[in-house]
Design a protein around this ligand. Structure first.
Ligand code: SF4
Length: 95
């Protein structure tokens, strides 16, 4: 990835090839390890407002924010969002 540092940008807003390969990885995670879509979206909303996010990478942990947010047992390293506990944050779908 080249070019200027983009603060508060996720990969989806940056380089197309990086975005594709990281999202392929996220898609391949076992369903039992994945955060629900609501949790994922809430987490990324917080990351987007965080000054630690640079070019899609969290400066606190070195992870791609989208990957960290996609895993239900992960948490923000500075406590801005927590683990998705099965009993409290399970997504409810109304079909
Ligand atoms: S994981 Fe936490 S510290 Fe890192 S970018 Fe997201 S909100 Fe900021």
């Amino acid at each position: 990835m080249t070019g200027p540092v983009c603060k508060r940008c996720l990969l989806m807003e940056l380089d197309g090839e990086y975005f594709k390969s990281i999202y392929k990885y996220i898609d391949s995670l076992p369903p039992e390890q994945k955060a629900g879509p609501g949790t994922y979206s809430r987490r990324l909303d917080i990351c987007r407002e965080c000054g630690e996010l640079k070019n899609g990478i969290c400066a606190q942990c070195g992870c791609f924010a989208e990957v960290r947010a996609a895993k239900k047992l992960m948490a923000c390293p500075i406590g801005l969002w927590g683990r998705e506990e099965e009993s409290t944050e399970k997504e409810v779908y109304h079909g």
